[in-house]
Design a protein around this ligand. Sequence first.
Ligand SMILES: Nc1ncnc2c1ncn2[C@@H]1O[C@H](COP(=O)(O)OP(=O)(O)OP(=O)(O)O)[C@@H](O)[C@H]1O
Ligand SMILES: Nc1nc2c(c(=O)[nH]1)N[C@H]1C(S)=C(S)[C@@H](COP(=O)(O)O)O[C@H]1N2
Length: 194
Amino acid sequence: MSESTPHDAVRIGIVSISDRASSGIYEDKGLPALREWLGKALKNPITFEERLIPDEQATISQALIELVDTGCALVLTTGGTGPAKRDVTPEATLAVAHKEMPGFGEQMRQISLAFVPTAILSRQVAVIRDNCLIINLPGQPKAIAETLEGAKNADGSVRVNGIFAAVPYCIDLIGGPYLETNDEVVKGWRPKKK
Ligand SMILES: Nc1ncnc2c1ncn2[C@@H]1O[C@H](COP(=O)(O)OP(=O)(O)OP(=O)(O)O)[C@@H](O)[C@H]1O
Ligand SMILES: Nc1nc2c(c(=O)[nH]1)N[C@H]1C(S)=C(S)[C@@H](COP(=O)(O)O)O[C@H]1N2
């Protein structure tokens, strides 16, 4: 680590999965929301690898494999986690998994209940493939900040922890770069060294 770059560089894959946004029927708001939130939450310099793709299982799995192979330490997807026929993001993600990380999905559904009663309709999963953590987020663009950051009280104190609090330490454990968060957005948590 040099003095001019005090934080590790990180490559992050962001994947927006939407039939309508990928075919131009509506403007994609997923990739901009992911870029914006990660840019303010992390102190690390980020290189984004972006994909805007339809809800096709093989296309999604292929995109995830490519992003892992290009050296992404983290891949976030948005969209396609619900119960509708075309929603296949969790299946595509599990198909490329080396390990499942069920705690992320469990916590995201808990967090989302603080925002919408339909939170339980998201089948979102998180997995490890090689040295990369892949996490599904729901497709509503506002769900990106909600699940990553959690819910705050009016005075700014944390009501429900966002899942991103656990991401830096998870990436430590799989041999990735040392991620540092801007604590006013989300506070990454690591156990004290013994
Ligand atoms: N990439 C996106 N950009 C903007 N809005 C989105 C995007 N993805 C989803 N949304 C919004 O969130 C809603 C729920 O997302 P979901 O992933 O279930 O999409 P969908 O209804 O299956 O349709 P599509 O795949 O064509 O976006 C959408 O109906 C749309 O209003
Ligand atoms: N935080 C948050 N989670 C949410 C939502 C939301 O608006 N905010 N929408 C819910 C709804 S309405 C659905 S159908 C599921 C699945 O959404 P997806 O198919 O867009 O991924 O996510 C749920 N989880």
